[in-house]
Design a protein around this ligand. Structure first.
Ligand code: F3S
Length: 293
C-alpha cells in the first residue's frame, strides 16, 4: 500500500488563527463564538464542554466575550456588540477583512457590489453586510441573465474566498461581454486554490482518495467533488469512524487530503489507520477492522 498525504491538508492560516484565539482566551468566561468556530462538529463539541458556546445572534448574549470566527461578520454585528457593551475578539481572517474593506469603500463610492459565492454561506452573508445591504449574490454565470442588473452604476465584483475560480472568471467575463463597467477583484484565497490543485494532482495518481472534513464544510465538499472527478473511489469522511476499512487492500495507492477546518489530530488518526492496514497481514486484517481507533 502506498499512501500520499497532501501537504495542504488541514487547517489553513485563517482557521488556525481563529481556533488559537479561542484556546488563548478560554479563561474569559462566559465565552461565545459567533457561529461554530469551525465547520467541525468534533472540535465544536469539545469546546462546548469547556463552556465555549456558539451563538447565532448578539441577542443571545448578555455578558462576556464573543469571538468572531474567520468567516467574518456584517458591519452591523459590530454595532450590536458595542451597543450591548460586550467584549469581542475579532478573528476574521485577514483575507476576508480585505474583502470587507473593498466592498465598504466601493459601496461608499457608489458602486453596485456583486459577490460570486454561495448565498447561504456565512462568509458571503458577512461580506454582503458591508455593502449597505445592496449586494447582489451570484452562484453561477447563468444566473446573470435573469438578474437585469441596471447599467447606471459601475460594478465592484468580489468572490467568496473559498469559491471556484472558474466561476468567478466566467461571471467577470460575462459582465464585460454584456458591456458593464466592472472592477473585478479576484479575492479567492491562495490556500484554497493550492489545496484544490494538490487534490487534483494526487487524485489523478491514486486508486482511492480520502477527503477528511466536516459535512457542513463547503471547502471540504468542494474538495470531494474535485477528487471524485479524477478518482471514482473517493470517500468523504468526518473522522476515521466513517471509513469502511474493508474497502481498502494492501495493493492500493491511497491519497489523503482534508478541508481547511480539519484538525491535524483527525488527519493523523486516518493516516495511522492506513499505515496499520499496510503493516498487517491478511490473517489479522479482520482483527484490525474490528478495532476502534
Ligand atoms: Fe482565510 Fe483562506 Fe483560510 S481566506 S480562513 S486563509 S481559506
Amino acid at each position: 500500500m502506498e499512501i500520499i498525504v497532501a501537504n495542504t491538508a488541514g487547517f489553513c492560516f485563517g482557521v488556525n488563527r481563529a481556533v488559537d484565539s479561542v484556546y488563548k482566551n478560554i479563561q474569559q468566561q462566559p465565552l461565545y463564538t459567533y457561529g461554530p468556530i469551525i465547520h467541525n462538529p468534533q472540535v465544536v463539541e469539545e469546546l462546548r464542554e469547556k463552556n465555549v458556546i456558539p451563538v447565532h445572534s448578539v441577542d443571545e448574549v448578555n455578558e462576556g466575550t464573543i469571538i468572531i470566527r474567520s468567516h467574518g461578520v456584517a458591519k452591523d454585528v459590530y454595532g450590536a456588540i458595542e451597543e450591548k457593551g460586550l467584549n469581542y475578539i475579532d478573528s476574521t481572517c485577514p483575507y476576508v477583512k480585505r474583502i470587507h474593506k473593498i466592498v465598504d469603500e466601493h459601496s461608499k463610492k457608489g458602486y453596485q457590489v456583486v459577490i460570486v459565492g454561495d448565498r447561504n454561506h456565512p462568509e458571503v452573508q458577512g461580506i454582503s453586510g458591508w455593502s449597505n445591504g445592496e449586494a447582489i449574490i451570484i452562484e453561477k454565470p447563468e444566473e446573470l441573465e435573469g438578474l437585469n442588473i441596471p447599467k447606471t452604476k459601475p460594478i465592484c465584483l468580489v468572490s467568496q474566498t473559498t469559491y471556484r475560480e472558474d466561476r468567478f472568471e466566467s461571471v467577470l467575463k460575462a459582465l464585460k461581454e454584456h458591456h458593464y463597467e466592472v472592477e473585478g477583484f479576484n479575492t479567492i484565497c491562495k490556500a484554497t486554490s493550492d489545496r484544490q490543485q494538490e487534490a487534483v494532482k494526487i487524485s489523478k495518481m491514486v486508486d482511492k482518495m480520502i477527503v477528511i472534513g466536516g459535512r457542513e464544510s463547503s471547502n471540504t465538499r468542494k474538495l470531494y467533488e474535485i477528487c471524485k472527478n479524477y478518482c471514482k473511489e473517493t470517500y468523504h469522511i468526518e473522522t476515521i469512524k466513517d471509513l469502511e476499512l474493508n474497502k481498502f487492500n494492501s495493493n492500493d495507492k491511497i491519497g489523503i487530503t482534508a478541508g481547511a477546518s480539519t484538525p491535524a489530530r483527525i488527519i493523523k488518526e486516518v493516516i495511522t489507520a492506513m499505515n496499520d492496514l499496510e503493516n498487517h497481514t491478511n490473517e489479522n486484517f479482520e482483527e484490525l477492522l474490528n478495532q476502534s481507533f
